[in-house]
Design a protein around this ligand. Structure first.
Ligand code: SF4
Length: 240
């Protein structure tokens, strides 16, 4: 273990609320700091590193993850392998910490789930060997104001065997963006699961209107084998 420390927003146990692993118990480690500023961001307090973000080293992180796993993966939940989700913010901004921490977690048989905005393929390459599942976003320019297509393509090419893709769709999503995203994924493998996630609405980012998501599902489905519309379920369950 090193003297390295990283800003952490929270560490907690809950159930995954997004994507194809929704409903599975996980320990969540939410790092602070992000390289994007999505309009719909539901964790805006993690975009910038602030003084209220506690800095933790690898040993402290490992101890807290281990303690939560020992507390919650018991009784009926024993049937689930302990899984730890690294989220943010953008966890790959802290790749050095992940390199320090993940080998120890793998030694203790944790499944490692990485939730990422899919824009830092170089950083991903340095931790990929310890990651089991990649939940990779494709960020649409209409909601993020940035063109991430090239980075997404390189990232998904590297993570293809471990990844599913999540695309957050809003009222302002353009049909052409769905086509471009679906073609990007299909160009790597049309079997990679893709989730269209209607944004949880806010004042700055309204949800798609009736019929939009279904139309995008049909568009994406013409390129992809496994595409579904799934909202953020933890918001419906009222859990973190
Ligand atoms: S990438 Fe994630 S954490 Fe960063 S601004 Fe976008 S939604 Fe928020």
């Amino acid at each position: 273990m090193t003297l390295l420390s990283v800003p952490v927003s929270e560490i907690f146990f809950s159930y995954q609320g997004e994507g194809i692993y929704a409903g599975q118990p996980q320990v969540f480690v939410r790092f602070a700091g992000c390289n994007l500023r999505c309009r719909y961001c539901d964790t805006p307090s993690t975009q910038e590193i602030k003084t209220n973000h506690v800095r933790l080293g690898a040993t402290q992180l490992l101890n807290q993850i281990r303690a939560l796993a020992q507390k919650h993966f018991i009784g009926p939940l024993r049937v689930f392998p302990p899984m730890v989700s690294f989220t943010g913010g953008e966890p790959l901004l802290h790749a050095a910490m992940l390199r320090a921490l993940l080998p120890a977690l793998k030694k203790e048989k944790f499944l490692v789930y990485l939730e990422t905005n899919g824009t830092l393929p170089g950083n991903y390459a340095t931790v990929a060997r310890w990651v089991d599942i990649v939940a990779m976003d494709i960020k649409l320019p209409s909601a993020c104001g940035k063109n991430c297509w090239s980075a997404h393509s390189r990232f998904l090419s590297a993570a293809r065997r471990k990844a599913f893709v999540k695309i957050i769709v809003t009222r302002g999503t353009r049909n052409s963006e769905i086509v471009r995203a679906a073609k990007l994924v299909a160009g790597i493998s049309h079997k990679i699961p893709v989730i269209l996630q209607p944004v949880t609405p806010s004042k700055v980012c309204p949800a798609p209107v009736h019929g939009q998501s279904g139309a995008w599902l049909a568009v994406a489905g013409s390129y992809l084998k496994d595409v579904r519309v799934v909202p953020q379920l933890h918001k419906l369950w009222h859990v973190r």
